[in-house]
Design a protein around this ligand. Structure first.
Ligand code: ASP
Length: 434
């Protein structure tokens, strides 16, 4: 029997979690970290390996497909506007929920102290990591986008924005030179793009095993259950907010504007969501997001190759919602009362912080330090939420990826670059590959 890829991934995740629990109960954490966890790491490395080449060639293809510069700026402006609007909506949803539920008020002092003591070291590292960023001038994020050396930028997956900057420049150059002269470069771009997509198919065949290993090592090392319970209310606020985006906002917008049923959308995007959940990295998930949105949701690759790589880096609805909720939660827990002005500051800072967050696990939490600093909450309060970061990271990454896909579909619809996947049978890429 041939199972669809997302079922295989789900089964891999469930078995991995069960295996991790079993090993935790037996005290086999060492075995898991020596013999199981490396397979998850290898799987993630393979996805990261393909990320820079993918961005370079798919974005170049996307830009040169646009044929003329005016289209590029039109689509670019629309994409950015949608990214900012969706992020602002996400933060607002988060702030409304956390102010209504007030989870921070439920935290007892004892729990606070225990958590602070236990996680001080880890939180301290995050604070250090962010400290460097706080001392820079207001235009530093802009400077950070312009690399001084392309190879240096491309040598680190955290520099995605720099790579994107160069690729856009290169693509614009390609559009401006004589098409006859640019043609061989374009042929290479198209060929490379196809090869890279094929490599992604191959890597995805290993996904069920990869997510088994990822989940097993995550569960085996997880902190004790009562910490999860103590932070339950806060986590429910974040998860509830993210759920509203994933299950209400995006499907509603897609139904209303694109005319796509939620079932079709979820069916198409599910493997990317599950991978986002297991890897906690929208960058690692990007290859699959692109493949799903193009091949299974019917969006022209002219749109996906432009909108999604940028989205993975700057559009983080889930991360920004989380940052809003977490900042207010920490403030509540430490006894600070935040006024409307401070909540608005959280909104703008979380917008910028989510744009600045790298699309890798835990990045949203590093940038949260900046949000806390701006509103004057002690950054050590981060220790309170440290225990819950990874599970929430998993859900917010799903939201980030789903938000990117939604914007890609809206842009595609507005540009008339979408085919109806309910009519056009695009087939299952992975099943063919398998
Ligand atoms: N892990 C998230 C992502 O890659 C970023 C974050 O919120 O930490 O999308």
């Amino acid at each position: 029997m041939k199972l669809a890829l997302h079922w295989k991934i789900l089964i891999g995740m469930a078995m991995g979690a069960a295996f991790g629990l079993f090993c935790a109960a037996k005290g086999w954490q060492g075995f898991v970290s020596d013999w199981i966890a490396p397979w998850g790491k290898i799987f993630i490395n393979m996805l990261k390996l393909i990320a820079v080449p993918l961005i370079i060639f798919s974005l170049l293809k996307g830009i040169t497909d646009l044929k003329d510069i005016s289209k590029l700026s039109k689509m670019g402006g629309k994409t950015l506007a949608l990214y900012i609007i969706s992020t602002v909506i996400a933060i607002t949803v988060g702030l409304l929920i956390v102010n209504l539920v007030k989870p921070g008020k439920l935290i007892s002092e004892e729990t606070q102290t225990t958590l602070m003591e236990k996680y001080e070291g880890d939180a301290g590292q995050k604070i250090l990591a962010a400290a460097g960023r706080k001392e820079v001038g207001p235009l530093q994020p802009l400077i950070d986008v312009v690399p001084e050396n392309f190879l240096a930028a491309a040598s680190n997956n955290r520099n995605m924005l720099q790579v994107i900057f160069f690729v856009i420049l290169f693509g614009v150059g390609m559009l401006l030179v004589d098409p006859k002269i640019a043609e061989p470069v374009r042929a290479v771009v198209i060929g490379m793009n196809e090869v890279i997509l094929k490599i992604i198919d191959l890597i995805m065949l290993a996904a069920p095993v990869g997510v088994f290993a990822l989940l097993a090592s995550l569960v085996a090392d997880a902190p004790s259950a009562d910490l999860f319970v103590a932070l339950g209310a806060y986590s429910l606020c974040v998860a509830g907010g993210l759920g509203i985006l994933i299950f209400l906002l995006y499907p509603l917008v897609l139904k209303a504007y694109v005319g796509m049923t939620p079932k079709t959308f979820y069916k198409g995007i599910a493997p990317a969501q599950l991978l986002a959940f297991s890897t906690s990295s929208s960058a690692a998930t990007l290859p699959v997001t692109m493949e799903r949105v193009t091949e299974h949701l019917g969006v022209d690759d002219e749109v996906t190759s432009f909108v999604l790589p940028i989205g993975a880096t700057i559009n983080m609805d889930g991360t920004s919602l989380y940052q809003g909720v977490a900042a207010v939660f920490i403030a509540q827990a430490l006894g600070y009362d935040l006024g409307l002005g401070q909540q608005l500051t959280i909104l703008t800072t979380a917008l910028l912080a989510s744009i600045g967050s790298a699309a890798v696990p835990g990045a949203g939490m590093v940038m949260l330090v900046i949000v806390l600093g701006v509103i004057g909450i002690p950054e050590a309060g981060l220790a309170l939420i440290f225990a819950m970061d990874r599970p929430l990271d998993m859900i917010r990454t799903v939201t980030n990826v789903t938000g990117d896909a939604t914007v890609a579909m809206i842009v595609a619809k507005s540009e008339n670059k979408i085919s109806d996947p309910e009519i056009k049978n695009l087939g299952d890429h992975y099943q063919q590959a398998g």
